[in-house]
Design a protein around this ligand. Sequence first.
Ligand code: ATP
Length: 362
Amino acid sequence: MSAYTIAVLPGDGVGPEVVAEALKVLLALEKPFPGLRLTFSEHPVGARCYTETGSDLPESTLEACRRADAILFGSAGDPEVRFPDGTEIAPQITLRFLLDLYAGIRPIKKYPGVPPLLSGDPPIDYVIMRENTEGLYASRGAGVRVGDDVAVDNMVITRTGTERIVCHAFEIALQRQGAPEDGKRRVTCVDKANILKSMAFFRQVYDRVAGDYPDIERDYAYVDAFTVYQLRNPAFYDVVVAENMFGDIISDLAAATVGGMGMAPSADVGDRCGLFQPSHGTGPDIAGQGIANPVAQILSAGMMLTWLGERHNEADAVAAAQTIDRAVARTLTDPVNHTADLGGRAATAAVGDAVVEAIQKG
Ligand code: ATP
């Protein structure tokens, strides 16, 4: 029997709306998986928290995240609320650095029934591994501006940081069944090694790590060309590894190919902590209307269970995650359960209810 404490940080905008649906789904797992015990504690974070308390990530919330077995995060920020230097409230990024959540895991999977963006509706099922703690975003808050004419941000690539994300990418490839197109396990290194020294170094480290995995195919793409391949031949990809900013950009494009931001879950994990949140932000244009798609948040909760199960060698948690995935897949085959972003009219809560019902039907 396993008991896990989950720190729940709903945050701002659509965050609380979609987190409520993910919690509903997690609670529905108690019956089919009585051995799986989850206890939840909710903590403030984000723009509203900043307005009310002067901090977007209070010490008590940070402490709860450190103590919890996993963190379920909604979304945080508000275009209208900014720090005095003009930058946006983004505690999720602060948490990545403070908890060393170096691996951004973004599964890109097209579920049957979701209206296709690409002609021919190719099978899409790959994982983007985004390095989360260095790269160009290491300059966050540390760039230099000289007068009115010059501003500089540095790309930071370290051997240790690159080795661990590339290694993680190959380990994930080992667990998968290969690319939809040909069933081959492959890890694609996405970079700009033809132009930047830092990126040539990233590729060199990738090659060094790839040597430890002779059964997995090596593959390379320059980031600009990769954005074309994502649209022309997504079925070729299995696992993709990239520096922080490139990973950020190709993840958003990838999400669009499988139904949009509301369909893209993510996990930010390190060696000790794991944070699970949808790839989307606060959706300020749709917040408060009950029309956000909760699927990305629900699938992120599923990733949380997989991570907990693998970490604690707990088959029940992994099986519960698979149950979520199957229930979501079944739910999405019926257009009645599609929210506005998928061309439907379903409310956020109705989609959560449908997933719960699919779980109950087994
Ligand atoms: P933030 O600054 O918080 O990242 P944003 O507007 O820049 O906000 P997103 O919140 O990711 O970025 O929103 C991008 C687009 O995706 C918006 O049009 C939004 O309505 C849409 N979107 C985001 N999340 C969802 C969701 N769960 N369901 C449906 N549409 C969504």
